[in-house]
Design a protein around this ligand. Structure first.
Ligand code: SF4
Length: 348
C-alpha cells in the first residue's frame, strides 16, 4: 500500500484526525488527488448511498442588514434592487417544489433585522400544514427566542455557515459581526433540536491551507448534520471585487477531505461550485457530495438575488431544474433520491 493510501486510511479511521495529516491531504497532487476523490466517493457511497437528495431553495428576500466583504447582498451595495416575497408567493414556490416530488424546502434570505419573526413563523406553519415538506431556514443570526419560535412553528433544519474558522480573517470579512456570537448561534440551534448545517468558503483572500484544515476539524468537532463548501467568487460591487475566484481543485479537495473526516453529514454540490467558469457540480458529486439544490425562486426575484455574479440557472424556469438534475445524476450512474433526507444522526 502506498504512503498516501495509508494516510487516507489513518484519517478515515480516526475520531480526532491529526492536523498535519489533514494538511497533507489538502496538499495532494497528481495521482494522489484522484485517489483522494476516489476515497471520498467510496465513503459517500458507503454512508449516504447513491441517491442524490434534492433541496428546493426559495430565496425569499434579498434584504440584508450586514456588510460581509464578499457578498453582493451586503447593505452597502445600494444599487441592488431589494425584494421580499409575500406569503402567497412563497407558498406558491413551495407547492411547485412539492409537486415535483421534492420533500425539503430551504427558505433563504439575507440577514434582515426588519424581518418580522412572527410572519416567518406563520409561513413555516402554512408550509407544514399544507405539505409533507421538511423546512430548512437560512436567514442568519437571530436571538435564541426567535430560533425557538421558528422551531416551535415546525422548522426542522437551520443552515448557518461559519465561512472561516480563522477569527481574525472572520473579523476582516465581517466588519459588523462577531465570531463568538456566530459560534453561540450554532450552539443554540443544536440545543433547540434543529438539524444544523454549517460550512465554509474556499479561496477567500488571505485564507491559508492551515485555515482550511481548522475548518475541517471544526466540522468534525461540531458533528454537523449538513456541511456546505463553496468557492469564493468575486463580486465586482464589493470590497473584494478585484480578487481572483477560488480555485476549483482547492474546493474539491476541501470537500473530499471533509467527506472523509465527517462521513455522515449531508453535503451539497453547491450552486457556487456550478457557477465558476464551468459547472463543476458533477465533479463535486464524485468527490463526496450527495445533495443538489434546485432553485425555485420565481422570476423576477431570482435574478435579483445576486450574492455573487454569473450565478447558474438565473433565467431557467423553476420546473427545469429537476429534469436537469435527473440527467446529471444518470450521467454519473446515480439517481435522484426523493426522500426528505433527514440527518442520519436523528430519528424523526
Ligand atoms: S453573506 Fe449573508 S449576512 Fe452577509 S451580506 Fe450576504 S446576505 Fe448579508
Amino acid at each position: 500500500m502506498s504512503k498516501f493510501e495509508s494516510l487516507l486510511d489513518r484519517v478515515a479511521g480516526s475520531d480526532a484526525p491529526d492536523m498535519a495529516d489533514i494538511l497533507a491531504l489538502l496538499n495532494a497532487s497528481g495521482a494522489q488527488t484522484q485517489a483522494l476523490y476516489r476515497r471520498a466517493d467510496d465513503i459517500r457511497r458507503a454512508r449516504m448511498g447513491d441517491g442524490i437528495l434534492l433541496r428546493a431553495i426559495v430565496e425569499f428576500s434579498s434584504r440584508c442588514s450586514r456588510d460581509c466583504a464578499y457578498c453582493g447582498l451586503r447593505k452597502a451595495h445600494r444599487q441592488l434592487k431589494r425584494y421580499r416575497m409575500n406569503t402567497a408567493e412563497i407558498l406558491a414556490s413551495v407547492l411547485e417544489a412539492a409537486s415535483s416530488g421534492i420533500k425539503t424546502v430551504v427558505l433563504q434570505s439575507g440577514e434582515d433585522d426588519t424581518l418580522d419573526p412572527f410572519w416567518l413563523a406563520d409561513v413555516i406553519r402554512a408550509i407544514k400544514s399544507g405539505t409533507q415538506m421538511a423546512v430548512t431556514l437560512s436567514v442568519g443570526e437571530k436571538p435564541q427566542e426567535v430560533y425557538a419560535l421558528w422551531r416551535g412553528a415546525g422548522a426542522d433544519r437551520y443552515l448557518l455557515k461559519i465561512e472561516t474558522t480563522n477569527p481574525s480573517l472572520y473579523r476582516r470579512l465581517h466588519p459588523d459581526m462577531d465570531f463568538d456570537r456566530r459560534l453561540e448561534c450554532l450552539r443554540v440551534l443544536r440545543e433547540l433540536g434543529y438539524q444544523t448545517g454549517s460550512g465554509s468558503i474556499v479561496g477567500l483572500p488571505g485564507q491559508t491551507a492551515e485555515d482550511l484544515t481548522q475548518d475541517i476539524l471544526f466540522f468534525k468537532r461540531c458533528d454537523f448534520d449538513m456541511i456546505g463548501i463553496g468557492p469564493f467568487i468575486a463580486h465586482p460591487d464589493t470590497p473584494l471585487g478585484l480578487e481572483g475566484d477560488g480555485d476549483i481543485q482547492a474546493v474539491l479537495k476541501v470537500l473530499a477531505v471533509t467527506r472523509i473526516v465527517v462521513n455522515n453529514a449531508h453535503m451539497p454540490a453547491t450552486t457556487a461550485v456550478g457557477s465558476l467558469e464551468e459547472d463543476h457540480r458533477l465533479a463535486a458529486l464524485k468527490s463526496g457530495a450527495n445533495v443538489l439544490m434546485p432553485n425555485f425562486t420565481p422570476q423576477p426575484y431570482r435574478q435579483a438575488y445576486e450574492i455573487y455574479p454569473h450565478k447558474r440557472c438565473l433565467t431557467e424556469t423553476s420546473g427545469a431544474c429537476v429534469p436537469c438534475m435527473e440527467t446529471m445524476a444518470s450521467a454519473i450512474g446515480r439517481c435522484v433520491n426523493y426522500s426528505r433526507g433527514d440527518s442520519l444522526k436523528i430519528k424523526v
